[in-house]
Design a protein around this ligand. Structure first.
Ligand SMILES: NC(=O)c1ccc[n+]([C@@H]2O[C@H](COP(=O)([O-])OP(=O)(O)OC[C@H]3O[C@@H](n4cnc5c(N)ncnc54)[C@H](OP(=O)(O)O)[C@@H]3O)[C@@H](O)[C@H]2O)c1
Length: 226
């Protein structure tokens, strides 16, 4: 399998790349800093290929699609992992909407644009998979107050997951949203579970067999309520 992961220079994305590579897959490790992408890829092995990608930069998605097409000819799995702004300091009633918009650029429009740009390469795959890394904070069933920029952007990403799943189902795509759980990263802070456990759920969704689920929301391979 040829797998692309966004925001993969650190945290859960980097660990997902490590797990894919350990299973013998070809990994396209993307990061907005080329130096960070190079360093992370070099540490993970010869079939881990660094690529520069900022999901908010217009034209980056198209440029990377062209490069992947020339070098690899197809893509089997896209893991939309990059995200920002776990805004524990904000409430919806008083939130700074510039912060809300900025979060949506990375957490919603970024993966949306990248998915559109990579669809032709995913269509070249025999088993195309899209994994949108979400959060239980996006669950409408469980939603309370707080983290408004993050929760709204991830809830919209869940909606995108449902739409893409429905639109691409007849082309054999499996499109799912995955919550990694509370993980000890720069975003999650200390106290969360190890990155290996958080990343495993992403890897599971990217490597689903052909009769696997689509249009679902999962943590550790088990369904979460929308
Ligand atoms: N950690 C948790 O407890 C937890 C819980 C639920 C869901 N999640 C989700 O899991 C995913 C990974 O989280 P994490 O904890 O590993 O976060 P993290 O440690 O903060 O890492 C975030 C990654 O995203 C990258 N990134 C940010 N903006 C980007 C952009 N515009 N273009 C490309 N890459 C960008 C960062 O790159 P730079 O190094 O350049 O900043 C970094 O590599 C996210 O979708 C997050 O919402 C995490």
């Amino acid at each position: 399998m040829i797998v692309l992961v966004t925001g993969a220079n650190r945290g859960i994305g980097r660990e997902a790349c490590r797990q894919f590579a350990a299973q013998g897959h070809t990994v396209l490790l993307t990061a907005r800093s080329p130096e960070a992408a190079n360093a992370a890829a070099a540490a993970l092995g010869p079939d881990v290929h660094p690529l520069r990608l900022d999901v908010t930069v217009p034209g980056d998605a198209e440029r990377i699609a062209e490069e992947i097409g020339e070098r690899f000819g197809r893509l089997d799995a896209l893991v939309n992992n990059a995200a920002i702004t776990y805004d524990t300091w904000q409430r919806a009633a008083t939130a700074d909407l510039d912060v809300v918009r900025e979060a949506a650029e990375t957490n919603l429009y970024g993966p949306w644009r990248l998915t559109q740009a990579l669809l032709p390469l995913l269509r070249e795959s025999d088993r195309p998979r899209i994994v949108n890394v979400s959060s239980e904070a996006a669950s409408l069933t469980n939603m309370g107050g707080g983290t408004p920029a993050y929760a709204a952007s991830k809830a919209a990403l869940n909606a995108l997951t449902r739409m893409l799943s429905a639109e691409l189902r007849h082309e054999r795509f499996l499109v799912n949203a995955v919550c990694p759980g509370w993980v000890a990263t720069d975003m999650g802070g200390p106290g969360g579970r190890p990155v290996s456990e958080g990343a495993a759920g992403l890897v599971w969704a990217a490597l689903l067999p052909d009769d696997g689920p689509t249009g679902g929301f999962f943590r550790d391979g088990r369904p979460l309520p929308w």
